[in-house]
Design a protein around this ligand. Sequence first.
Ligand code: PNW
Length: 562
Amino acid sequence: MVIDMFKFNKYIAGIAITAIASISLTACNGSENSGARDNNVDISTDAEFLEFPNGFLWGSATSAYQVEGAWDVGGRGYTNWDLYTQQLNMANGETGNVAIDQYHRYKDDIKLMAEAGLKSYRFSIAWSRIYPTGMPFVTDELGQPVLDSSGNLQPIPPNAEGVAHYSDLIDELIKNDIEPVVTLFHWDIPVGLWAAGSFNNRFVVDMFAAYSEAVFRNYGDRVSKWITMNEPFVNATMIEGIMAVMMEEMAAGGETSLDAMMAMMKDLPLQRLYGLQMSYIHHYLLAHARAVEIQRNLEASGDIIEGDIGISFDLGVAKPVSDSDADKQATALYNALKNDWFVFPITRGYYPAEPLARLRADGYDFNFSEQVLADDLAYIVEQGLDFTGVNYYTRVAVSADVTDGDFGGNASPMNGNLWDAAYVHYVTEYPNSENGIYDPQGFYETLMYIDNEIGGKPVLITENGGGYRVEDKLTNDGKVHDTLRTRFIKGHIKATWQAINDGANVIGYTAWSLFDNFEWFNGYNGRFGMIYIDYENDLKRYPKDSYYWYADTIEKNGVDND
Ligand code: PNW
């Protein structure tokens, strides 16, 4: 299958993928919407300063593929994202081959973190550095298991160089009083596991469990905050579900010409897409539960220190475009699939009824039996989580039919039939911004939603930040005056304060990101960092104004109430 992909005309494939991706979420630089909107949260005090609880975990986040580079160094295996960027032109010809070279420059980068006073650094481990092929046992040159004389798999130790790299990184963080927050899966998977169906294939859940165990055993003596999965929704619906359909088409011997690709896209097999997406999501949740169980067992046997394990969801409470009952109902359906679908299995042991019924009425079924599904859900709720990670950037508005309401933006049904009942409006605030609309009020509502749903367990904000490349211009004296990013982060920190004030158990705020880095579909054209990277000049780092503002916030443990 992979060989077929390699034959692909890179340019053509790039257009194709962009086109499919935009089906899921239609972005629009709505001219009627450009400029600032005041969606700020009303703060319930006149105090001049909003102080945070002692020990509040101020941090910043990255992920392996987006910052590390060194794609063929240290025994790292080839991954899906190497394939997407090197062969399929997913990011306009840009790749994470070098990225911001954090693999080699992590000591300097940690210095910048320490100078900002960061209390935590959330990074992800590249699975392909720990088990380069994804297989934790001996395989032959075809990638097939080599059994011992009794017919058993022969376990192999994880890749020593990969293990050593993160061990050094973790030590360096701890030396600088920065708490490592480790994500196990931030979308990059060894290509062999990807080609075998990735998380659509239940076998991959077992491979993930083995990988997780290796990570816990190697770093669990020092790490006490774990995140199993990053944003199952975005990865399943916008990336892997779509890629899987393409893979199936190509495996079925379909033509790989531009015409064939475009025809395939116009006629996207939605039932199959649903099936794949829901299967991916289910297996992500199952993999999460497996990792939780393993971590808890190792903790109980004293093999690792006591820690907390959670999952990062891209949650967002949408709002209706109007007060009509129809728009409100559509919004409830959207929220059920966007939020409850991920949270309920873990908190209640079932998928939310309405989207499930609609999916079934549409002819979609899980690709395993009712009994397996029921057993899985019982297992997932039993394992649960210690905290929920929340990633939030913007919010969408929802309408019952294709009207713009007063929100603006193109209305797009999300992934076909189900979403004919709920049209999604996504608006970007500024032309050339990677951000959706600035909406701290939506953040506040999202924090209150998740706090309520997980019944007081901690919430860790694992991502929030602004992609405003439009403003990121390096001045002659090495400064970047990024007022929009500072405004964004400050508005959301204020919303966080209000949520805490109203009873939400939020334990930390993690800004995305400390550094400009490889932004999946946008490549290096996306800039979310509080530190500017000069891609033209040896990746030199320049702290932006927002970096100094954030350092000041951390030092004071709060923000001005203005
Ligand atoms: C998150 N969307 O991804 C990821 O966790 C990060 O790796 C990423 O860099 C960051 O947000 C900024 O984009 C998303 O289109 C990617 O809705 C796309 C979307 C949302 C989140």
